[in-house]
Ligand binder design. Structure first.
Ligand code: COA
Length: 332
């Protein structure tokens, strides 16, 4: 650490799910699919789906409160809230609604959009504010309601995604527990995974046309995204470990974005990590985008599996395309 800079600690976690779970069997009444196909190709058994009355802000606030309370802080202690989401309640941003809902009156709050890499990118962004001494306590939330934007007639995508929220509190400290990070983007592959805006021209006066449109349901080239994930994710983890002077076997836990069990297995095999160290909860939640890593982290912390001092490697990947990794040591 350079003189005058602070280190980063990861001191609390929380998560929240909407109540309704949609099992693979239930989904097979909506589209032509089966529990056997979904389970064997993805490892997903069910996903949570928000009803018309549920909001991203309320779910994110619930996860945030859990993280603040396990960090033994109060909302007033929080200086900055970063809400990683691609499915805001309000395109102007939803982080301020979360700030109001939890009563974090001192905190500045903004949204960050990097799809399923959003939580990892949010943690890295938060660390910059802490390391420079700008902020003491930062709340990073990953929350998404992708069920709002799936095409429930498209069996190739609607079986994958679900809703949820997870959060961590990061705090300034003497010894830096953020051991390394990497972030990447490749916009040439943008067309592989989209939740795109489409518009029609609206004539206003002679020579002036505005546009009016909406976002259309998620489209995905599953095979391309799969190929991208199994090549880029091990690569970014190996690079991050190398720069931190660590090797994969130094890691107690690997928490990957919960997209597909086959992706998790392929990455673990490449890193030579035993299955017991690879966190997997997609059977319960499906792919919850920016929420998937912090939900998995929180569940493993609450079960007592992740303990203070444990080293954790995380990697998020998805639309953009974007991908990244964070290595950290859990606890104060
Ligand atoms: N139920 C039953 N059959 C289905 C199906 C479903 N839900 N979805 C697709 N199929 C069919 C296809 O139509 C195809 O049939 P065909 O051979 O008669 O044409 C067959 O299953 C195989 O499809 P394919 O796309 O080759 O399957 P796959 O083994 O590549 O698995 C994914 C598809 C989506 C599970 C896989 O590509 C994947 O996980 N990709 C990564 C996606 C991802 O993680 N996205 C998010 C990143 S953040």
């Amino acid at each position: 650490m350079i003189n005058g800079e602070a280190g980063v600690a990861f001191i609390g976690s929380g998560s929240a799910q909407v109540e309704t779970a949609l099992s693979n069997d239930m989904l097979s009444r909506v589209v032509d699919t089966s529990d056997e196909w979904i389970s064997s190709r993805t490892g997903i058994g069910q996903r949570h789906v928000a009803n018309g009355d549920e909001s991203l802000a309320v779910l994110a606030a619930q996860a945030a409160k859990g993280a603040i309370s396990t960090a033994n802080l109060t909302p007033d202690d929080i200086d900055l809230i970063i809400l990683a989401t691609s499915t805001p309640d309000d395109l102007f941003g939803t982080a301020c609604q979360v700030q109001a809902a939890i009563g974090a009156t001192r905190a500045v709050a903004f949204d960050l959009t990097a799809a399923c890499s959003g939580f990892v990118f949010g943690v890295v962004t938060a660390a910059q504010f802490i390391r420079t001494g700008t902020y003491q306590n930062v709340l990073v939330i990953g929350a998404d309601l992708l069920s709002r934007w799936v095409d429930w007639e498209d069996r190739t995508t609607c079986v994958l995604f679900g809703d949820g929220a997870g959060a961590v509190v990061m705090q300034a400290c003497d010894r830096d527990r953020l051991l390394g990070f990497e972030m990447h983007s490749d916009g040439t592959l943008n067309g592989c995974l989209n939740l795109a805006y489409t518009a029609q021209s609206v004539p206003l006066v002679d020579g002036v046309t505005a546009q009016k449109g909406t976002f259309t349901a998620i489209t995905m080239n599953g095979r391309e995204v799969y190929r991208f994930a199994v090549s880029r994710v091990p690569e970014v983890l190996e690079k991050t470990l190398f720069h931190a002077g660590l090797v994969a076997s130094d890691m107690d836990w690997l928490i990957l974005h919960q997209a597909n069990q086959r992706i998790l297995d392929a990455v673990a095999k490449r890193l030579n990590l035993p299955a017991e160290r690879v966190v997997s909860n997609m059977a319960k939640h499906g792919n919850t985008s920016a929420a998937s890593i912090p939900i998995a982290l929180d569940e493993w912390v609450r079960m007592g599996k992740i303990q203070p001092g444990h080293k954790i490697a995380m990697s998020g990947f998805g639309a953009g395309l974007t991908w990244g990794a964070v290595l950290l040591e859990w606890g104060r």
